[in-house]
Design a protein around this ligand. Structure first.
Ligand code: NDP
Length: 263
């Protein structure tokens, strides 16, 4: 029996255990997926091996620490320095990132996306920004503080904090902050968001399972919007393929993960 887990703080809200266990159960894959509340990022690797895990997902706020904890990082995660999926490969910790491709899957129905504004500058923002740039999409990043913006500037994103933000026209605005996850706060001052939402066609939130204050505002502005459920599905399918070493069919993983959304 293989054991998997998700590390986060908070982690109680995570639907990853339901999603992966639904796949394992229906496809007779001998594995179980739990959740682990991790307060200290520096204990990630130690805890992973103490729990004898075969693999794990990492969520807020440990994704950048997960990158540092890995013995080897592969693919897109290496480019962005952010890891959301861990694999135990013969006692070595291998890191991947499945968030960005999960999000691209999620916004497939939004057409003609050329200019994106990302609100937030954490691990998820990095993954999305760099992936969008790869698709030749113009990326602007707005964060409440300036410290993390240098990273995005280096890659050619237009960056600003709340104080020096200047409005432009966007096709899509994405909230990647944790504002609204456990509280009812907006990811930026309301007047700023109103101005932004008046100048975009679509809105999306990485948070799932609720209509966040940000999405409520988008709804008031009559925008087409979506929460993070499809992103969750997209990143989960890709993570599950890594966990099961490509032995399960993508369509079947997707089917049983979607089924778990009804629980
Ligand atoms: P990080 O902790 O790496 O980054 C959080 C960012 O949010 C930082 O830029 C921080 O700003 C900003 N922030 C935090 N609180 C507030 C607030 N109250 N107001 C404004 N800005 C705020 O988090 P992650 O990138 O890992 O995750 C972000 C969110 O995305 C989480 O809610 C997570 O659940 C969700 N998520 C969903 C996924 C899905 O599959 N649907 C996948 C991945 C993430 P500062 O730099 O100033 O501290």
């Amino acid at each position: 029996m293989q054991l998997f887990s998700i590390f986060g703080n908070p982690v109680a809200h995570s639907r990853s255990p339901l999603m992966h266990n639904s796949v394992f159960k229906h496809l007779n894959y001998k594995a179980c997926y739990t959740r682990t509340l991790l307060e200290d990022s520096t204990k990630l690797k130690e805890t992973f091996f103490k729990l004898k895990l075969s693999g794990a997902n990492v969520t807020v706020p440990h994704k950048e620490a997960a990158f540092r904890a890995c013995d080897e990082v592969r693919g897109f995660a290496k480019k962005i320095g952010v890891v959301n999926t861990l694999i135990n490969e013969n006692g070595k910790l291998i890191g991947y990132n499945t968030d960005a491709d999960g999000f691209l899957f999620a916004i497939g129905e939004f057409k003609n996306i050329k200019n994106i504004l990302i609100i937030g500058a954490g691990g998820t923002a990095k993954a999305l920004a760099i992936r969008f740039l790869e698709e030749n999409i113009n990326v602007s990043v707005l964060n409440r503080s300036t410290k993390r913006l240098a990273y995005f500037k280096k890659f050619g994103c237009k960056t600003s904090s709340w104080d020096d933000f200047k409005i432009a026209s966007y096709d899509l605005v994405v909230n990647t902050t944790s504002a609204g996850l456990e509280d009812n706060s907006l990811p930026a001052p309301k007047e700023l968001l109103e101005e932004i939402l008046n100048n975009t066609r679509y809105a999306a939130d990485a948070i799932y399972g609720k209509v966040t204050p940000f999405l409520q505002l988008a709804s008031k502005h009559k925008l087409t919007y979506k929460d993070g459920a499809d992103m969750l599905l997209g990143q989960g399918v890709l993570a599950n393929k890594l966990f099961t070493n490509n032995t399960l069919k993508t369509e079947q993983i997707k089917l049983y993960m979607r089924k778990s959304f009804e629980l």
